[in-house]
Design a protein around this ligand. Structure first.
Ligand code: ADP
Ligand code: MG
Length: 552
C-alpha cells in the first residue's frame, strides 16, 4: 500500500491526515501528489465529485508554502461560497499542525469589510469566488503579484456559471511564472480551451472516468407524465420510509415550489438554491447534516456545496440537459463506499436524454414501475413493525400501563393490532392519488411546450459585435437566472444588442440577475424592449443561423 509519506508528504501534513483518518491516498491524490510534490508545473486533473480533489491540490499547496513570507502565495478559485467555505474548512484541517499558516475564504454575500480586515492581517492561502475576489482587487485589498500557485477548482462549474472572463481577468494580475492547477469533474471542449489559454504545457491526470458505474450506485428510471411528476416523487419517497435524500430540480423557482409542496404534505423537506441568503443556506445545510431534514430539494449549482456522506437517494425530479450534470448529481450518493440509489422521474420526451446519460457514463438505467399505493403502505407497515418491536418497555411507566390495560381490556389482541395498523397507515387509506402513475400510451399528453404568446420582450446590450449569437444569449440568460432553457425563446441578435422573450413572471428574476452585472469590465444591462422590430417572429433557427453566418 502506498502511503502519503511514500509519495513525499512531510510529517506535519501526514500527522494531520492520521488524525482525520485518511489512511491512504485516493487515486487522484496519488497521481496528483506524485507530480506536484516533486515538480513545478501546470496541471490539469480530471476526477469526479467525491474523489478527494481538495487534498489532491491542498496538500501540495500547503507543503510548498513558506509561512515566513507574508503575502498570498496560493489562490484557490471556486464557483460558489459554499465550496469556498468547504475548501477553507478542509484546508484548515490539513494544516492543523501548521498554526502559523493563514487560510482565508472570501465570497460574495458576506461583509466585505470583515473580509478586508482579515486580509490586512496577512494571508498565505486565499480561497475565493471570482466575483468577490475581483471586488477586493479593485479596492486594492488583495495583491496577487507574488502568487505561486493558482488552483481552479470545479473548473467546469465555473465555466457553466460564466466565470471564465473573470478568471482570466484575475490571472492577468498574477505572475507569469506561477503554476496553475485546474481541477474539474468533467472535461468539455471549453475546459480544454480554458486550459490552453491559461496554462503552459500542463501535466494531465485523469482518474475514474467511469467511476459512477463502479460506485455502488443503482440507477432507476420511472416514466410518468408531466402532470404526475409530483405524485410520482411522493410515491418514490413514501416507498422508502428511511430515505435521506436529495431531490434535484432545474430551476430555483421549481426547487422552491417542490420543497413547499413537500412541506405542506408533511415531509421534512427544505429548499437549497441561490436566492436564499447565505445564512439561510447554512441553516438548511446544518439541518440536513443533522438529519432534521429528510429531503433536501436543490438546484444543481447550490448542490455543489453538499458534502454529506450518507445520502441514500438522489432523485432527479427533472433531468438535466447535460449528461455530466447527471453524474454530478448522482455522485452525491454512494459516497465513502456506501450503496446508493439514483432515481429518475422522466416523461417519454426525456428518452433521448436517458440514452445519452447511459452512453456517456456507461451505466444502465433500469426501467422500473412506479409502485402502487398498496406497495407503499406495505413498506411503511414493515418498517413500523420493525421499529415497534425495538421499543423498550419502560418500567417507570408501569402505572400508565395498568390504566391502558384496564381501558383496553375488552379488546382482543387482533382488535388491538387492527387499531394500531389503522392509526399507522391512515394516510395511505385516503382516496387521493391511488391511481397508477406509470405512463401509459393512452395517457400520453402531446408534450410540445406551449410558448406563452404574452411573453415579455427583453433587450440586453450585447450583440453580434460582442460575439454573441442566439445560443450565447440564451446561455447567458439561462446561466444567470437558472430559468429553464425552454422558457427563454425568440432570441434575436443584432449588432449592438439582443432580444429575447420570457413569461412576465420571470421579469423580476431576470432583472435581479442582471443587476450590477459586469462581464469583461463592461456593465451588462437588461431592459424591457419597446422595439417593434423585436416582435417579429424570428423565423426558424436554421435560417437565422445562416443569416448570422453570412453577416460575420
Ligand atoms: P471532491 O472535491 O473530489 O468532490 P473532496 O475533496 O470534497 O472531494 O473529498 C470528499 C470526501 O472524502 C471528504 O469528506 C474528504 O474528507 C474525504 N477524503 C478525501 N481524501 C480522503 C482519503 N485519502 N481518505 C479518506 N477520506 C478522504
Ligand atoms: Mg471538490
Amino acid at each position: 500500500m502506498t502511503t502519503f509519506t511514500d509519495l513525499g508528504l512531510i510529517p506535519d501534513l501526514q500527522n494531520a491526515l492520521d488524525t482525520l483518518g485518511f489512511e491512504k491516498p485516493t487515486p487522484v491524490q496519488e497521481k496528483s501528489l506524485n507530480v506536484l510534490l516533486h515538480q513545478t508545473t501546470d496541471l490539469v486533473a480530471l476526477a469526479q465529485t467525491g474523489t478527494g480533489k481538495t487534498a489532491a491540490f491542498g496538500l501540495p499547496l500547503l507543503q510548498q508554502l513558506d509561512s515566513n513570507k507574508r503575502y498570498i502565495q496560493g489562490l484557490i478559485l471556486a464557483p460558489t461560497r459554499e465550496l469556498c467555505l468547504q475548501i477553507g474548512r478542509e484546508m484548515e484541517k490539513y494544516a492543523a499542525q501548521m498554526p502559523q499558516l493563514k487560510i482565508t475564504a472570501v465570497f460574495g454575500g458576506a461583509n466585505i469589510d470583515t473580509q478586508a480586515k482579515t486580509l490586512k492581517k496577512g494571508v498565505h492561502i486565499l480561497v475565493a469566488t471570482p466575483g468577490r475576489l475581483q471586488d477586493l482587487m479593485r479596492r486594492r485589498l488583495v495583491k496577487l503579484n507574488q502568487l505561486e500557485v493558482c488552483v481552479l477548482d470545479e473548473a467546469d462549474e465555473m465555466l457553466n456559471m460564466g466565470f471564465f472572463e473573470e478568471v482570466k481577468a484575475i490571472l492577468r494580475h498574477t505572475p507569469e511564472d506561477k503554476s496553475t492547477w485546474l481541477f474539474s469533474a468533467t472535461m468539455p471542449k471549453e475546459i480544454r480551451k480554458m486550459a490552453n489559454e491559461l496554462m503552459h504545457d500542463p501535466v494531465e491526470i485523469a482518474v475514474g472516468e467511469k467511476n459512477i458505474a463502479a460506485k455502488g450506485i443503482h440507477h432507476e428510471l420511472y416514466e410518468t407524465t408531466s402532470r404526475n411528476r409530483y405524485a410520482t416523487l411522493k410515491r418514490l419517497v413514501d416507498i422508502e420510509p428511511q430515505i435521506f435524500g436529495c431531490v434535484f430540480c432545474r430551476t430555483k423557482r421549481e426547487t422552491q415550489k417542490i420543497a413547499e409542496r413537500l412541506i405542506e404534505d408533511g415531509y421534512q423537506a427544505a429548499a437549497l438554491h441561490g436566492d436564499l441568503s447565505q445564512n439561510q443556506r447554512e441553516l438548511v445545510m446544518a439541518s440536513f447534516r443533522n438529519r432534521n431534514l429528510q429531503l433536501l430539494v436543490a438546484t444543481d449549482v447550490a448542490a455543489r456545496g453538499i458534502d454529506v456522506d450518507s445520502i441514500t437517494h438522489v432523485i432527479h425530479y427533472q433531468l438535466p440537459d447535460e449528461p455530466e450534470v447527471y453524474t454530478h448529481r448522482s455522485g452525491r450518493t454512494g459516497r465513502a463506499g456506501k450503496k446508493g440509489k439514483s432515481l429518475i422521474i422522466a416523461t417519454s420526451s426525456d428518452r433521448g436524454k436517458c440514452s445519452r446519460i447511459e452512453k456517456r457514463n456507461q451505466i444502465r438505467l433500469e426501467k422500473k414501475t412506479i409502485p402502487g399505493q398498496a406497495a407503499v403502505g406495505r413498506a411503511h407497515l414493515s418498517q413500523w413493525i420493525d421499529s415497534f418491536q425495538q421499543v423498550d418497555s419502560n418500567p417507570s411507566l408501569e402505572a400508565y400501563y395498568q390504566q391502558a390495560l384496564e381501558g383496553l381490556d375488552h379488546l382482543s389482541k387482533e382488535d388491538i393490532i387492527r387499531q394500531l395498523v389503522s392509526q399507522q397507515l391512515s394516510r395511505f387509506a385516503e382516496k387521493r392519488e391511488h391511481f397508477d402513475l406509470n405512463e401509459t400510451s393512452s395517457e400520453k399528453s402531446k408534450s410540445t411546450p406551449k410558448k406563452n404568446k404574452d411573453g415579455l420582450r427583453f433587450q440586453i446590450n450585447v450583440g453580434e459585435r460582442d460575439d454573441y449569437n442566439w445560443g450565447a444569449v440564451k446561455d447567458l440568460v439561462v446561466g444567470l437566472t437558472q430559468i429553464d432553457i425552454n422558457d427563454i425563446y425568440h432570441v434575436d441578435t443584432y449588432r449592438n444588442y439582443s432580444l429575447f422573450t420570457a413569461a412576465p413572471e420571470y421579469q423580476e428574476q431576470i432583472f435581479a440577475a442582471f443587476n450590477d452585472l459586469m462581464i469583461d469590465n463592461r456593465s451588462i444591462q437588461v431592459s424591457l424592449s419597446t422595439s417593434k422590430k423585436g416582435k417579429k417572429p424570428s423565423g426558424n433557427i436554421q435560417s437565422f443561423r445562416k443569416k448570422y453566418k453570412k453577416r460575420r
